[in-house]
Write a protein that binds this ligand. Sequence first.
Ligand SMILES: Cc1cc2nc3c(=O)[nH]c(=O)nc-3n(C[C@H](O)[C@H](O)[C@H](O)COP(=O)(O)OP(=O)(O)OC[C@H]3O[C@@H](n4cnc5c(N)ncnc54)[C@H](O)[C@@H]3O)c2cc1C
Length: 263
Amino acid sequence: MQRESTITDTRATLTDTRRISRDVSIITLRCPEVAEAAEPGNFVNVRVSDTTQPLLRRPFSIHDAEGDEIRLMVKEIGKGTEIFCGCRPGTELSILGPLGNRFSVEADDYDTALLVSGGIGTAPMKLLERRLRAKGKTIVNLIGGRTKTDLLQDGLSDCRLATDDGSEGLHATVLALLAQELPALCAAGRPRVFACGPTPMLKAVAAFSREQKIPSEVSLESVMGCGFGICYGCSVEVAAPEGGTKTVLLCREGPVIDGGRMV
Ligand SMILES: Cc1cc2nc3c(=O)[nH]c(=O)nc-3n(C[C@H](O)[C@H](O)[C@H](O)COP(=O)(O)OP(=O)(O)OC[C@H]3O[C@@H](n4cnc5c(N)ncnc54)[C@H](O)[C@@H]3O)c2cc1C
């Protein structure tokens, strides 16, 4: 979570769109400067259309980065994501990034990385897994969704699954899955939790990790405008080191925060 990323405002060429579920696509963009600088947890702010509809850029976590390309995992929830997922190979887009901070891959207090994600929260996990593997860490993915089509594994390793409706994996939340798997995982090595997903899930995972005395960090989401601290659209309340709470801008001090700072 330490280093701030370098910001590049650049043109990217969309080279591929692959639909992996009813409403989620993996979009590949050729943008060498961003791909080279990308760190797990960073995001890009994409201008999905040259018109004023939508007016603002849309933020997306960097799902993976390899060579001169990055991949994004995009869920269609409104106009901007619908336009983006409909873009054809060859489309040129303006993107800003990499933005935000990153997960603490380099921390030396763990051997086993528990990647806990819910729904589209799986988006930052592929690049995180790639960098953790390079550090020689053991990696376990704990993935939750409402139903089996919400489980977005996209080539992640050692995936343990949970669904709210029991259609695949454990019939429970991803938190219950984490609680179930934790004793065996703790016996195998010191764990650290890296989580991304809906805010209620992140609050529960952070609280559980605190109780279990396991270090955790969570990647938060909020509605966001500029992506670099001018518009103040992404302010969130977090615990202040001196006690009480304080307001931070997620685009600058996040999206990754220490689980202990969740309020
Ligand atoms: C740091 C960050 C990283 C993100 N990474 C990803 C990612 O990797 N993949 C991905 O699919 N999405 C990601 N998102 C969310 C994504 O930016 C929004 O889904 C997108 O901006 C919606 O644009 P739209 O025009 O399609 O929807 P809109 O038409 O703007 O909104 C449609 C509906 O969704 C709601 N909405 C919009 N944005 C959000 C949001 N951030 N959280 C909850 N509800 C929202 C609106 O209030 C509205 O009800 C991320 C957001 C942030 C802040």
